[in-house]
Ligand binder design. Structure first.
Ligand code: AHG
Ligand code: MN
Ligand code: MN
Length: 337
């Protein structure tokens, strides 16, 4: 059997990156390897979701007041477990947990990073075999090593992220992650059970043809957003319109597609919910970091997502994210009203 030496696995790539950074300890590559491992375990369960008794509600309601699906809990346990037993993470915060967890053992207390995640995003799509995902953001802790992680380690601005990424469990399973050095995508090669480099140095096209928004809420959106959506639907040579509307209802899948093909994704505030639905810390910030490194933009309609000072773990924010020129056109419309 010949071995394909051109294939670069996630672990090989992250370890190679350590060589480029002076004084790097390798803790970040270890943390990313742990996340890759949890993702593979979740992938196995996602793939057999139709076969076993893992579909459907777990019968409880999470801190956001939403029904918790069994796979949400499974995924939460996997990501929490690998990070707790690894050597790089001092604590975690998750969509599925009311409060953060500071790991109380001597290794974790001396670890450099904290990780915030949405273990399963788009979980309303589990039962209907549509792509779902995981989202994560990694921060260097601000409290001293040796102490247990504190709330201030988790309430950092998105600009402070050291790495951010997502996994999309789709027609194939992909892990995409960004550091300031770039965005890279790895596809799970089921034959060897490894994430392998498939999308090196991802750049978001500066303009695309796709807009993604929940049209059902159209009359709930503020005027600037409605005007921009109208522009998306008009024939216009200068911006390539009309655009195509695509909305899966799994942000990971929607933003992943737009990152690769070019496009804009919006979850605006509504009259009933002015802050929208998406959570700043573990849904919006990781994607805002990834899209900016890839050359795109992300705002809440007024300011950069990454500049928002968080005050609560589960706070929500409107979010507009995507190709640079499309975002600028949106900003012009929103600035008028
Ligand atoms: P989660 O499954 O983690 O609660 O997140 C679902 C989110 C996001 O993925 C998606 O874009 C959005 O909810 C869809 O919401 P609407 O159905 O209101 O459009
Ligand atoms: Mn989510
Ligand atoms: Mn979720």
């Amino acid at each position: 059997m010949t071995i394909n030496r051109k294939v670069l696995t996630l672990d090989e790539f992250t370890i190679q990156q350590v060589r480029h950074i002076p004084n790097a300890t390798g803790e970040l590559s270890t943390l990313l390897r742990d996340i890759g491992l949890a993702a593979k375990r979740v992938n196995v369960e996602v793939n057999k979701a139709g076969l076993v008794d893992i579909l459907g509600d777990a019968g409880s309601v999470n801190v956001q007041g939403e029904d918790v699906k069994k796979l949400d809990i499974f995924a939460n346990d996997q990501f929490t477990g690998v990070l707790q037993h690894g050597i790089s993470c001092a604590g975690i915060a998750s969509e599925e947990l009311d409060d953060y967890i500071a790991f109380d053992d001597s290794v974790s207390r001396n670890s450099k990073y904290v990780c915030l995640f949405d273990p399963l995003d788009g979980s309303g799509n589990i039962d209907v075999n549509v792509s779902i995902g995981t989202i994560f953001g990694v921060y260097r802790r601000v409290t001293p090593k040796g102490d247990m992680a504190c709330k201030e380690d988790f309430l950092q601005k998105g600009t402070q992220q050291v790495a951010a990424g997502y996994i999309v469990y789709g027609s194939s399973t992909m892990l995409v992650y960004a550091t300031r050095r770039g965005v890279n995508g790895f596809t799970l090669d089921q034959s060897i059970g490894e994430f392998t480099m498939s999308h090196p140095d991802i750049q978001c096209p500066s303009i695309g043809k796709i807009y993604s928004v929940n049209h059902g809420n159209f009359f709930q959106y503020m005027e600037g957003v409605r005007n921009y959506i109208n522009i998306c639907q008009k024939k216009d040579k200068s911006n390539g319109g009309p655009y195509t509307q695509r909305y899966i209802g799994s942000m990971v899948a929607d933003v992943h597609r737009n990152l690769i093909k070019g496009g804009i994704f919006m979850y605006p505030g509504t009259l009933d919910k002015p802050k929208g639905k998406l959570r700043l810390l573990y849904e919006c910030n990781p994607f805002a970091f990834i899209i900016e490194v890839a050359g795109g933009k992300a705002t809440d309609g007024k300011q950069r997502i990454l500049d928002i000072q968080p005050t609560e773990l589960h706070q929500r924010t409107p979010m507009f994210i995507g190709s640079k020129q499309m975002m600028e056109e949106l900003e012009r419309e929103m600035g008028k009203s």
